[in-house]
Design a binder for this molecule. Structure first.
Ligand code: ADP
Ligand code: MG
Length: 591
């Protein structure tokens, strides 16, 4: 008996769905791309609960007639290619005819479409798990409206696998960025849970970047322009000093399609060599146009990877055009005084003499005085660190007593280490890490205090972010306010800070917020940090003394005392060794 059977369509579609639809953002991508392909002038995206409850895309494009509406959700039905030759001259985003069938098979889908400008009647089809449940004539404008509800309703394992709304929304916003940036001639509206996240009107590329990434991007952009027979490259990079700690602003659009390509990314990175610090990523928005027949977009079901015929040449062209533009910019840097926050003087201060900043906290307050009492901390706030390689704290209790009773014999080495002796040997302490540990435990304690001191800033600091970044930072607002931060404004594309915790150096505020964004996994289900833990860690990082700072003997003494009053004096908040004891035995062995 033959055991090989053709799979029923419903099963085949569900298998295909696994490739095409991984999460709500995949649905958003496919529906937006279909709307772009339809020639729409305006596309509206409405989602509820990060797409888990609803994803609705409306466009004013070409629409579908009755017959096409009845066909569009079958597998391999497409209006975009007819034969295999067409694959090499693709201008559309879609072509596989897999998206609608895949999405329909794992959701409740409704499509309303009207192809005729002169009639206000269109058709509606309702599907459940890919099966037609209803077909109706309805009143509709020209264009298409597709709503997808209850995604993965029939695959509970997939539904349960979805991440928190914040994480899923972040993926959707990423897709939205990719599609709205390159299709800047289309109006886009994006609404999440009745909140308008983006309202982008038709514009040139540069303006779209600024609208998506915030007004401050205007002064960051350096234009790139290169035309060769092999490729045309047009777009922008951020000036090197605005490089980010994440890859969130890296976009290649090859023939108007967002793509990922590590080889090309490497070309940009090497063009920035020597201009940006390690661990920072250049930001770029680059349109690369190559002859249609010189790429193969057919190598990945999601079509975000492509193959170039002449990889090496494109690499070289890209690298040299960016190097060239960066070079030009270096020769004639443009300083935009109007937008430089440090030079912005509030009007009421213009005619005043400079005065000493007013600080409304106890001037006699010594950060090192504060930690003599044991601190009540919950262990869950700490990362679990394997401490077996480190000396146990108990061993030091006795030594500490000796230190306390004697005058404090200590000195600094290279403005970096504090060296002191104990009866067990010589103790070498990394001063910066020690201070970070003390501050970290202190901040964690402050987070549970009722009131904390505020240091008012004479000139508020304004930081610009895009709406997605603001959304992430909003989560930090309450705990930061609790820690003594004052925000004049937490707007849609900037925040204005008028007060900070007294330990914090205002020079570091920007870096601190960039670091928050870099560590934005605090927001995810599988986050390494809890929110409070992350805040305490990063504040300790930006408030601590540096590893190149002279501190007097009195402060050295406080530092050591406070360190050993900590819950875990062995390692810094970032898991790094704080001190090392060279025991008498070891010293004896040397000789
Ligand atoms: P593909 O985009 O690869 O062709 P899809 O499954 O995404 O496959 O869509 C199938 C077909 O349905 C498309 O080829 C197109 O003809 C039609 N279609 C889908 N969405 C729209 C839309 N928003 N407007 C007009 N036609 C659409
Ligand atoms: Mg499609």
């Amino acid at each position: 008996m033959s055991i090989i059977k053709l799979l029923p369509d419903s099963v085949a579609n569900q298998i295909a769905a696994g490739e095409v639809v991984q999460r709500p953002s995949s649905v958003v991508k496919e529906l937006l791309e279909n709307s772009v392909d339809s020639g729409a002038k305006t596309i509206k995206l409405i989602i509820k609960d990060a797409g888990k409850t609803l994803i609705h895309v409306l466009d004013d494009g070409i629409g579908m007639n009755k017959d096409d509406l009845k066909k569009c959700f079958f597998r391999h039905t497409t209006s975009k290619i007819r034969n295999s030759k067409d694959l090499y001259s693709l201008k559309t985003m879609g072509f596989r005819g897999e998206a609608l069938s895949s999405i329909a098979s794992v959701s409740h889908m409704s499509i309303i479409s009207n192809q005729d400008n002169n009639k206000s009647l269109g058709y509606e089809i309702k599907l459940e798990g890919g099966e037609e449940k209803l077909f109706n004539e309805v009143i509709s404008l020209k264009g298409t409206s597709i709503s997808v509800k209850n995604l993965f309703f029939n695959i509970p394992a997939r539904r349960n696998f979805l991440k928190s709304d914040n994480v899923e929304l972040k993926h959707i916003i990423d897709e939205f960025h990719r599609i709205s940036l390159i299709n800047h001639e289309i109006n886009f509206i994006f609404i999440n849970n009745n909140n308008e996240l983006f309202n982008l009107s038709k514009s040139i590329f540069k303006e779209r970047i600024i609208r998506v990434f915030g007004n401050s991007s205007k002064q960051k952009l350096i234009p790139i322009n290169e035309e060769t027979d092999l490729a045309k490259i047009k777009g922008y990079v951020f000036k090197p000093e605005y490089s980010r700690k994440t890859r969130s602003a890296q976009f290649f659009f090859v023939n108007d399609r967002f793509i990922k390509n590590s080889h090309l990314n490497h070309a940009v990175k090497t063009a920035f060599d020597g201009l940006i610090k390690e661990k920072l990523y250049p930001s770029y928005f680059l349109k690369i146009n190559v002859p249609l027949n010189s790429i193969d977009v057919n190598i990945h079901p999601n079509k975000t990877e492509i193959k170039f015929d002449n990889d090496q040449s494109i690499y070289a062209i890209l690298k040299s055009s960016i190097k060239h533009s960066l070079g030009q910019f270096n020769i004639a840097p443009t300083i935009d005084f109007e937008n430089n926050i440090n030079l912005n003087t509030p009007y009421s201060y213009r005619n005043k003499e400079a005065s000493i900043p007013k600080v409304d906290y106890n001037q006699a307050f010594n950060p090192f005085d504060n930690l003599t009492k044991p601190i009540d901390l919950k262990t869950k706030d700490f990362e679990i660190i394997n401490t077996k390689d480190f000396v146990k704290t108990d061993q030091f209790k006795n030594e500490l007593e000796i230190l306390k009773t004697n005058s404090f014999p200590s000195f600094q080495l290279k403005s970096k280490y504090i060296i002191t002796k104990t009866s067990a040997g010589i103790l070498i302490i990394n001063q910066k890490r020690a201070h970070q540990r003390i501050l970290y435990e202190n901040f964690l304690k402050d987070l549970s205090n009722k009131i904390n001191p505020v240091q008012t800033l004479l000139f508020p600091i304004k930081l610009d972010f895009n709406s997605e970044e603001i959304r992430m930072l909003k989560l930090l607002e309450a705990p930061l306010v609790h820690l003594g931060f004052k925000f004049n404004n937490f707007g849609s594309d900037n925040i204005e800070i008028s007060g900070i915790h007294p330990f914090l150096n205002q020079k570091n505020i920007n870096d601190l917020f960039q670091d928050f964004l870099r560590n934005k996994d605090y927001n995810q289900d599988n986050a390494v940090h809890t929110l409070n833990d992350l805040i305490a860690k990063l504040l300790s990082k930006y408030s601590s003394i540096s590893s190149n700072e002279n501190i007097n003997v009195k402060l050295q003494e406080s530092l050591v005392n406070d360190l050993f009053a900590c819950k875990d004096p062995n390692v810094s908040p970032f898991g790094k060794l704080i001190f090392k004891l060279i025991s008498l035995d070891e010293i004896i062995k040397i000789f």
